[in-house]
Design a protein around this ligand. Sequence first.
Ligand code: DAH
Length: 376
Amino acid sequence: MPVPSLTDYSSASLDCFFREILEQFEREAALARSAEAVEDLRIRWVGRKQGLLNRVGEILKLAPAEARKEAGKRFNALKAAIEPRCDPQRLPPPQSADGGLRLPAAGAPSLAAETIDVTLPGTRRRLGAEHPLIKTMHEMVSVFAAMGYSVAEGPEVESDYYNFEALNFPPNHPARDTQDTLVLADQERKPLRERLLMRTHTSPVQIRTMERRPPPLRIVVPGKVHRNDAADATHSPIFHQIEGLCVDVNITFSDLKGTLDYAMKAFFGSAVKTRFFPSFFPFTEPSADVQISCIFCGGKGCRKCKSSGWIELLGCGMVDPAVFLSVARKQPAYDPEKISGFAFGMGVERIAMMKYGIGEIGQFYSGDLRFLEQFA
Ligand code: DAH
């Protein structure tokens, strides 16, 4: 191609001149399908001595001073459009007549120059899955959500007041011994109730939520708790609980029994039975432990239920008036003469171990994919 002539250097003539050159290049580039053809294209267009771009440059050099800047700018743009496409390393992918991608024939020259094989399957990223503890928490929470409970949360670093005192564990009360925990350092100058510790249960969230919201209240509280317990097959110094609290007028022990019986059936299957045993917690009166019929033997007696046919699963009770009184200082609607409520608390690990037949609590925290993948 002879480089088109340029009679004057007006903007319109420059437009025309550059457009013609680029169109010519496009026609030639479209035909250059092999590494050799692209190399020929390179020599013809950007070759050091004879290259067409050099000739274009020579023509533009003749531009009068006032058109130089404009001509130079366009020349640079032209080079930027042409040069990269004259690199044999960067062959365009072969195209079929309809524009779709087509496999090059075996041994076709273009294959050698391919750097990316677009026909290879993509990198498959493995989907993450819920950890069995989180999964158990979600399942249990949704059983209660369906009964109108909402989810509440609270801090893991808790004050002595919320973790113990407001829940009717007075200072030095022996019930505190069952829930020994780590305390934060250097707090000796603070009054006891303000000292911070790692919460030993999710029950303090009962107090925090009642202080913020008047009755009626129905909440579940999933969360992590800490205790000074030696680790063994069924204990871990850090574990998880789900707390529940229901407060309204005329809430009775029958409501508690009905709610938990329904929840256990929804979670473990409708064949499961529940029974309630007297127990003690400082913040409930009366208190009970809930057992479910053994899900492994159906209640006949097996190794898992130590031949009793029953498995102990959670603690519960009617909210102690002393608890309402500590809340009533901030939220007077919690008047134990007018309202009543029930509460319950369960260990997530224990429930997940039962449900999935896991024998070692440590498996949950091992991060071992061979274990975790089974719940995906
Ligand atoms: N907070 C108790 C614990 O960690 C569990 C518990 C028992 C919670 C009875 C409750 C309840 O809300 O009513 O041992």
